[in-house]
Design a binder for this molecule. Structure first.
Ligand code: FO1
Length: 325
């Protein structure tokens, strides 16, 4: 069985940890491929930062800072203290010493002309992650946020301003020239199930399907597409997806996000959608929109609960695949 997951950073990393746990327990021969958002990526003090790829890599390696949700566990910040002293970098964006090891290695290979997908393969081969990570694109297509008075790189808006500056629009710079990274279209075409992680629908999932060719590949993929809502009872599970959704005129609800993604039968992304039990009232509207919906516990408290969500998503996929609506 081949499972392909569209994923952003922190929420996606926890979801992938659950998919892996469920597969290890119940589907030992299944292969998991994660297509990961690269819109958050940037050059900083000469280093290429790839937050979502790193959050997933560290989380699946068991090396992540579980409290902060990003960076490495047991981290120190001696080098970033020096960067601040020299007045370079972003004082509000902390690069830990261990994390800098990843950025130096990635930047070194990129400067040798190695594409990001091969860099990612090399970095992740240090551990037995049980999941293949592929960046959505090898091209630089960074998310910028248009605010009153100009535009900011997403990371500045997110970490320096905590998304407090009203986002007038999100611009995925250079996306029209970006191409899916090697393996992305195959991972979509060959998947029995495509899972849409409960990541930020705008700046994580949206920026993946924006890459020319990806939305089109999903539209004709023979597998079943099942998403998990990143919104529970009108609140975001984590991060600032609500601010991003408001900026594009989408309500912060499990139903609104599913309708924003759209039913694949109507030219959208989804065949099915998991909402939390608290949002069970949304099921009839979703069914009416052509999205098979199921209400299950969606809070990812730990690996067991995220494994159960993965199991629920695969069960819904099996039902839809068998024509059971
Ligand atoms: N998030 C913060 O809120 N503050 C930081 O200083 C910060 C540093 C950082 C360094 C490397 C990295 O991979 C991620 C980092 N993040 C930080 C998180 C980052 O903004 C998020 O992981 C995503 O880009 C947004 O989902």
């Amino acid at each position: 069985m081949k499972i392909t997951v569209l994923s952003g950073g922190v929420g996606g990393a926890r979801f992938l940890r659950g998919v892996r746990a469920h597969v290890q327990r119940s589907l030992p021969h299944a292969e998991i491929t994660a297509i990961v958002n690269t819109g958050d990526d940037m050059w900083l003090t000469g280093l290429r930062i790839a937050p979502d790829l790193d959050s997933i890599m560290y989380t699946l390696a068991g090396e992540n800072d579980e409290v902060r949700g990003w960076g490495r566990v047991g981290e120190t910040e001696r080098v970033s203290g020096e960067l601040r002293a020299y007045g370079v970098g972003w004082p509000w964006f902390t690069l830990g010493d261990l994390d800098i090891g990843t950025h130096i290695t990635r930047s070194h290979w990129l400067r040798e002309g190695v594409p990001l997908s091969e860099v990612t393969r090399r970095l992740t081969s240090r551990w037995d992650l049980g999941v293949r990570l592929i960046p959505a694109t090898d091209d630089e297509a960074e998310t910028h946020v248009v605010v009153d008075g100009g535009d900011l790189h997403f990371q500045e808006w997110w970490t320096k301003h905590r998304a407090a500056l009203t986002a007038r629009a999100f611009v995925h710079q250079g996306v029209e020239k970006a191409r899916p990274a090697p393996g992305v279209l195959e991972a979509i075409a060959e998947a029995d199930v495509i899972l849409v992680a409960p990541s930020n629908p705008v700046v994580s999932i949206g920026t993946i399907i924006d890459i020319p060719g990806i939305r089109e590949a999903i539209a004709v993929a023979p597998g079943t597409v099942v998403g998990a809502s990143p919104i529970i009872a009108g609140t975001v599970v984590r991060g600032m997806a609500d601010v991003c959704l408001t900026a594009i005129g989408v309500a912060t609800s499990a139903e609104a996000v599913a309708l924003h993604y759209g039913a694949r039968s109507a030219g959208g992304l989804l065949d099915a959608w998991l909402v939390d039990d608290a949002d069970a009232a949304a099921l009839p509207a979703l069914e009416a929109a052509g999205i098979a919906a199921s209400a299950v516990p969606l809070w990812m408290r730990d690996t067991d609960t995220s494994a159960q969500i993965a199991a629920d998503a695969l069960a819904v996929a099996a039902g839809v695949g068998a024509g059971i609506r």
